[in-house]
Ligand binder design. Structure first.
Ligand code: ADP
Ligand code: ASP
Ligand code: MG
Length: 410
């Protein structure tokens, strides 16, 4: 007998029929003698709908109330799912984040899980019940409801699997597993049998939303094997596990894109100690997560500074940077929301030279201009014009030998 945590994403529970089908799937495991904990997302489109409602009510909705509102999406799913199981003749009980309890810090909209109490879930399991747990939500130290950030139900599932010492965490979604790139924009994408935590971390942080980044961090930290697979098919999906030797053979194992960043440039500021500190202080204080930063000397004693941030923070950050710009006598502040970050990823890159060069050449052949570049041991990222995203993903995927059935080689 194993303890299995399964998570069903929004599209997998998008209708009454789909919830019933997913419940039947959970029961197949239960009938094989496994203990089942099922983490659920809101029905597809619900979280976006709730955010729209909040924005209609207030331009800048109160973060506490926004979390109270957003968490209701998952409340609907766990209740309906438990009803589905009961209507099929089995025992189930739903639990919200605070009932479990899933303790988090106090950062509304982006809370981090501190610890999870397991007593109540174990009690229900001992009573042979299937437990449905609301993803994406927790309880902070002041007794408030918090949410974990978009895609956060993945994190709830993996953190629960770690806390309960589950045998596996299965993530059911609308694709068959983790692919070399998003199969919805690159039909030649290849499904991987396995991917290392490190590569999955890079893919997730670079935009592959199939797993939320914190869920992968948590899986790596507590060594939780994740199985990403399709809700609608029986076949095995992709295992996310520790590194294997095979993975090091290929320099590039995936291509990711992220359309959710924006770029800000502050032109002609004095090139002297303290300038960057002045510009970024208010940005960091506002809790904006800056991604790439590039500084260029433009003319004698002057410098341009360009950086990228999450798109939802664009307006707020532009305001802050305009203010500092005036204070420090910058020539002007420019913003651009129509950008995309394209990345090639691979743990094998460490031992293979030339990946960056090849990436630049492939993009140049398509006349795609590179605006910013950043590299690490296992990835190269370029900022490009957003309208070339799909093209860039496809040509890079092909150039690095990742197309389905293609011979791999650099
Ligand atoms: P869920 O609602 O089940 O959490 P998400 O929409 O969050 O599902 O994540 C699944 C989506 O991730 C897929 O539909 C696919 O478009 C996208 N995706 C992006 N990159 C990849 C990749 N490398 N492999 C698989 N899916 C990917
Ligand atoms: N419902 C939340 C979202 O849409 C969490 C999740 O689905 O993982 O972001
Ligand atoms: Mg998701």
């Amino acid at each position: 007998m194993s303890l299995i945590v399964q998570k069903f994403g929004g599209t997998s529970v998008g209708s009454i029929e789909k919830i019933r089908d997913a419940a039947k799937r959970v029961l197949e495991y239960y009938n094989q003698g496994h203990e089942m904990v099922v983490v659920l997302s809101a029905m597809s489109g619900q979280t976006d709908y709730l955010i729209r409602l909040a924005k209609e009510m207030a331009e800048d909705p109160d973060p506490r109330e926004l979390d109270v509102l957003m968490s209701t999406g998952e409340q609907v799913s766990v209740a309906l799912f438990a009803m589905a199981i009961r209507s099929l003749g089995y025992e189930a009980r739903s639990l919200l984040g605070f009932q479990v309890a899933i303790h988090t810090d106090t950062l509304f909209g982006r809370a981090r899980i501190h610890d999870i109490e397991t007593g109540r879930i174990k009690n229900e399991l001992n009573n042979h019940r299937i437990v449905t747990v609301a993803g994406f939500q927790g309880l902070d130290t002041n007794g408030n409801i918090t949410t974990l950030g978009r895609g956060g139900s993945d994190t709830t599932a993996v953190a629960l699997a770690a806390a309960l010492n589950a045998d596996v965490c299965e993530i059911f979604t609308d694709v068959d597993g983790v692919y070399t790139t998003d199969p919805h924009i690159c039909p030649a994408a290849t499904k991987m049998d396995a991917i290392s935590y490190d590569e999955m971390l890079e893919m997730a942080s670079l935009g592959a939303k199939v797993l939320e980044i914190r869920s992968v961090e948590c899986a790596k930290k507590y060594n939780v094997p994740i199985h990403v697979r399709s809700t609608f098919k029986k076949e095995r999906g992709t295992m996310v596990i520790g590194e294997t030797r095979d993975m090091e053979k290929v320099p590039v194992s995936g291509v990711a894109y992220d359309k959710n960043e924006a770029r800000i440039t502050i032109r002609k500021v004095r090139d002297r100690p303290g300038t960057a500190a002045k510009i970024f202080r208010p940005v960091f204080e506002a809790g904006v997560v800056v991604d790439m930063i590039v500084q260029n000397t433009s003319e004698e004693g002057q410098t341009d500074l360009t950086f990228t941030i999450p798109k939802p923070d664009f307006q707020k950050t532009m305001e802050l940077v305009r203010q500092v710009g005036e204070e420090i006598g910058a020539e002007r502040v420019l913003g651009d929301e129509d950008i995309a970050k394209i990345s090639v990823i691979g743990v094998g890159m460490r031992s293979h030279a030339g990946v960056a060069q090849k990436m630049f050449e492939v993009l140049a052949r398509e006349n795609i201009n590179i605006m910013m570049i950043s590299t690490s041991e296992i990835k190269v990222s370029c900022i490009i014009d957003q309208k070339y995203t799909e093209l860039a993903v496809r040509v890079l995927h092909h150039a690095f030998g990742l197309d389905n059935g293609q011979e791999v080689g650099v």
